[in-house]
Design a binder for this molecule. Structure first.
Ligand SMILES: Cc1cc2nc3c(=O)[nH]c(=O)nc-3n(C[C@H](O)[C@H](O)[C@H](O)COP(=O)(O)O)c2cc1C
Length: 187
């Protein structure tokens, strides 16, 4: 079950570079889009996230129209679903139904959280850099499934293969103090 968690930790779900599922809602219709080109670009609680996308995706039209979305982090065993969602347009089908995922009402934005994901970040669009196809999001709320919190994430290699997070964590926090924001510790 997704529970609210400290916004200070939001960027720690983006920094490792997982493949994400971005949800949008247009009128009464929910959609999901697979996005792997995404990065955290600051450490603040309302962390900013750069997303590379454009008008070829139906999601982009909704994102620009509603100025909001949820960035959801699937666990590695959702790999086939993630690829399925990224190879069909929500203009034609209901991807929540087609891929058996559960939309959960968010609190701040109208786009839904995804129950099956490790975490979901409610986000607003704060900028669009057209020249480079970069949408800049600001995170407004973090939801985490405590039962799945440390499940392995999925990473795209870019050639149609994927990597699964290893469970080994190397803790160099003491040496990183100058960079690690207060309250961001997840591991
Ligand atoms: C593994 C994977 C990663 C993807 N990453 C991106 C991405 O970073 N940016 C993007 O615009 N599209 C990306 N896509 C493509 C979109 O997910 C795809 O065009 C999708 O069908 C768009 O759905 P929509 O039209 O319902 O928005 C990716 C697809 C896959 C399978």
């Amino acid at each position: 079950m997704l529970e609210k968690d400290s916004l200070n930790k939001a960027f720690t779900y983006i920094e490792p570079g997982p493949v994400t599922l971005v949800t949008t809602r247009e009128g009464r219709k929910n959609n999901i889009c697979t996005i792997s080109w995404m990065m955290a670009i600051n450490y603040s609680a309302h962390c900013h996230i750069a997303v590379s996308t454009g008008p070829w995706n139906h999601t982009f039209q909704t994102l620009m129209g509603t100025r909001e979305c949820c960035v959801c982090i699937p666990q590695a065993d959702m790999a086939e679903t993630v690829v399925g969602i990224g190879t069909v347009s929500g203009e034609e089908i209901d991807k929540f139904r087609e891929f058996g995922l559960t939309p959960v009402k968010a609190e701040i934005v109208k786009a839904p959280l995804i129950e099956e994901c490790i975490a979901s970040l409610e986000c607003r669009v704060i900028d669009y850099i057209e020249e480079h196809g970069l949408v800049i999001l600001q995170c407004e709320q973090l939801w985490v499934d405590k039962a799945r919190e440390f499940d392995p994430m999925l990473h795209a290699n870019g050639d149609g293969t994927f990597r699964v997070d290893s469970s080994r964590v190397i803790n160099l926090r003491d040496k990183m103090r100058m960079w690690v924001p207060e309250g961001s510790e997840r591991f």
